[in-house]
Design a protein around this ligand. Structure first.
Ligand SMILES: NC(=O)N[C@@H](CC(=O)O)C(=O)O
Ligand SMILES: [Zn+2]
Ligand SMILES: [Zn+2]
Length: 430
């Protein structure tokens, strides 16, 4: 394995130093380092070095929809986005609701070599919301599942949600909830408000998200387990989580890059690339989720990378699938929405996109500060670069990025997974 000397990088946005990587580990951080013969030097002047990013919410689509994404293509997109670990959602076909399926996804991840893949197990059999899946068997499997979610659908039955929260306590698991009260969102197509009325699209009201979040926080307080809220999107949700944390309730929450930047008016284009669950909300909501992420109410950024093939998006709005890709643009969108606006620093980005998601997901050796002795999961970002997003250039098999044509700041220059470069000079290294 090659040694790499990364020179002159700003470590997590702070001091400028060199980083020596050898044998899969960070050997030293500092200046005037003792460099082994044959080490390759990477000039990182002007670049920010961050711990490898961890995405707690990715859809890899394998098994079942390999036309949209595979573990290999999805982890390539992840590496290009600066991620060294991704959590793969369970809404595959077959659903990841057994030890067999989660082990298959886990093994495919090991074979990909581009990022570590942590399978998420379904909460209920077939994600149908009626009967608990074999959570214990998935936890005990080689995939060692610790996060469970019916994402794509809400575990709406309060009794079942309670039992799931109770069950995972035995192995310190977490239930990640897609907060959407189905009775309030039947046929919903976009955010409910004045605009949905004008456009004639059925509305998805904020209360459908907020009611489930409030209910689940209370349920979780009652049983003393671990609850994580997926893709929180409204001002009211931020206020509920903020108030809950203040009162000592255990809950963690995520926001997606798209909800940090985009608003519902994009639906006026009727371009299904902007159709997503939960829907794009208002400017007020965007401001609130930014504030919530900055003050720590929202713990992490997670992409909810949701690839869909052309035929599921190239149709009229109401027939199109919900979801947008996000792995390759996440850092740029976060820089644009949070750093260039001075709401957060790069150290905060390391916290929200690496340290904290690794803790919530129990992702072993990921999310460790860039220090001697840590595994060499490192990403180099050029904050001064600009890039125009070209959907056709995506490493993902799907093209449904909502950022196509946008010019965004920041570029991932290199990604190292346990000392091996997965990305160099902004391109896949192999
Ligand atoms: N976010 C989406 O709009 N879609 C996701 C499911 C989900 O995250 O709820 C998908 O699997 O396509
Ligand atoms: Zn979801
Ligand atoms: Zn999702």
């Amino acid at each position: 394995m090659n040694a790499y000397l990364i020179t002159g990088a700003s470590i997590t946005g702070g001091e400028v130093a060199d980083l020596l990587i050898d044998n899969g580990e960070i050997v030293a951080v500092g200046t005037g380092l003792d460099v082994p013969d044959g080490a390759e030097t990477i000039d990182a002047t002007g670049l920010v070095a961050l711990p490898g990013l961890v995405d707690l919410h990715t859809h890899l689509r394998e098994p079942g929809r390999e036309d949209a994404e595979t573990v290999l293509t999805g982890t390539r997109a992840a590496a290009l986005g600066g991620f060294t670990a991704v959590f793969a959602m369970a809404n595959t076909d077959p659903v990841a609701d057994t030890a067999g399926v989660v082990e298959q996804v886990w093994r495919l991840g090991r074979e990909s070599g581009y990022a570590d893949v942590y399978p998420i197990g379904a909460v209920t059999v077939g994600r149908k919301g009626t009967q608990l899946a074999e959570l214990g068997a998935m936890a005990d499997s080689a995939a060692r599942v610790r996060v469970f979610s019916d994402d794509g659908d809400c575990v709406w039955d309060a009794a079942l949600m309670r039992r799931a929260l109770e069950y995972v306590k035995a192995f310190d698991g977490t239930i990640a909830q897609h907060a959407q009260e189905p009775r309030l969102t039947q046929g919903a197509q976009m955010n409910e408000g004045a605009l949905s009325g004008v456009l004639g699209l059925t509305g998805w009201p904020s209360v459908a998200e907020e009611a489930i979040i409030a209910r689940d926080i209370l349920l979780n307080a009652h049983v003393g387990s671990k609850l994580h809220v997926c893709h929180l999107s409204t001002k009211g949700s931020v206020e509920i989580v903020r108030a809950a944390k203040k009162r000592g309730y255990e809950v963690t929450a995520e926001v997606t890059p798209h909800h940090l930047l985009l608003t519902e008016d994009l639906a006026a284009s009727y371009n299904p690339v902007f159709k997503v669950n939960p829907p794009l909300r208002t400017k007020e909501d965007v401001e609130a989720v930014r504030e919530g992420l900055a003050d720590g109410t929202i713990d992490i950024v997670a992409t909810d990378h949701a690839p869909h093939p052309v035929e599921d998006k190239d149709c009229e709005w109401s027939a199109a699938a919900f979801g947008m890709t996000g792995l390759e643009t996440a850092v740029s969108v976060v820089q644009h929405a949070m750093i260039d606006t001075k709401l957060m620093t790069w150290a905060d980005v390391a916290d929200r996109m690496s340290y904290r998601p690794a803790v919530i997901g129990q992702a072993g050796d990921h999310g460790r500060p860039l220090e001697a002795g840590a595994p060499a999961n490192v990403v180099l970002v050029d904050p001064a670069a600009e890039r125009t997003v070209v959907p056709a250039e995506s490493a993902s098999l799907s093209r449904n990025t909502p950022f196509g044509g946008m010019t965004l700041p920041g570029k991932v220059v290199a990604t190292f997974l346990r000392g091996t470069p997965t990305v160099l000079d902004g391109a896949l290294s192999r």
